[in-house]
Design a protein around this ligand. Structure first.
Ligand SMILES: [Fe+2]
Length: 279
């Protein structure tokens, strides 16, 4: 991808086959992409957050799309749009991207061109469904018209782009970003809830709350009684109540034989996750 940097827009092409393969894999098995780390080997140079973010946000978009009842063909289109949403970055000067928080209001005019640049790059790279390019150009539009580039409102914005707005914002908030501490998953969800009907489609936000696993597989978490463990299953559908393998007891001593507790079972209803330790 970076080898395209500095070229004139009309000469920039990206290889869509790898993106296509990754998305089909994700939509196909619908394996726990978001719940664990996904294998990005061979998939463009995703050495930094700019590129990893769309992959993670894509897994979330797919979760929302699936919960919204999309058939596989639609999931693949949604996934493609989501994965390529920021491909326009390759035409944005590096100093504009450096240290920038994409969710902040002060995104510069140059940065704000990336949705349209992305649309053009994808268009000239191959045969892509019109819904995909439409969603790419609209992924920073917001429900109340406060987004860019056109300030579209409500259902004027494509449904894919409305899903991507929720998934992208949520993932940005929970990620380690320059100059800002990450939100915890419940805090980020609360943010989406607070702006549901303003920035985000309220109906899709509801769907999002039903589908989001706050604590993804592999995360190290601290429970309310002081034990520390690793999430071994996100328990999709049970918001904030994953299956946790306890590794350290409340005295911070390593337990001899780690054991699993299912926070979604009534037995453990009084125990909560109070902290994520491995951000
Ligand atoms: Fe973007």
């Amino acid at each position: 991808v970076d080898s395209n940097r500095g070229k004139k827009l009309e000469y920039v092409k990206i290889d869509l086959t790898q993106a296509d393969r990754l998305i089909k894999e994700m939509a196909q098995g619908f394996y726990s992409v978001f719940m664990g780390e996904i294998d990005m080997a061979g998939c463009v140079s995703m050495g930094n957050y700019d590129y990893i973010h769309p992959v993670k946000a894509t897994a979330l978009s797919l979760l929302i799309g699936k919960e919204a009842g999309y058939a596989k063909a639609d999931l693949v289109k949604l996934g493609m749009a989501s994965l390529l949403q920021n491909i326009g970055y390759i035409m944005v000067p590096k100093n504009v991207l450096a240290g920038l928080d994409p969710s902040s209001e002060d995104a510069s005019p140059q940065f704000r061109k990336h949705p349209e640049l992305g649309r053009q790059i994808v268009l000239q790279s191959g045969d892509v469904d019109a819904n995909v390019t439409e969603a790419i150009v609209q992924h920073h539009e917001r429900w109340d018209g406060s987004g860019y580039p056109k300030g579209l409102k409500g259902e004027e914005i494509s449904r894919y782009a409305r899903i991507m707005a929720i998934a992208g914002t949520y993932h940005e908030l929970v990620s380690q970003r320059p100059k800002q501490q990450p939100f915890s998953p419940p805090e980020a969800a609360e943010y989406v809830a607070a702006y549901s009907g303003e920035l985000f489609d309220p109906e899709l936000a509801q769907i999002f709350f039903r589908s989001i696993p706050f604590y993804s597989k592999g995360r190290t978490v601290k429970l309310s009684d002081g034990e520390v463990g690793i999430v071994v299953d996100a328990n999709v559908g049970h918001i904030g109540r994953p299956l946790v393998r306890i590794c350290y007891d409340r005295y911070e001593e390593e337990v001899e034989t780690p054991y699993d507790i299912d926070l979604s079972s009534p037995e453990y209803q009084n125990r909560m996750i109070v902290q994520i330790l491995d951000y």
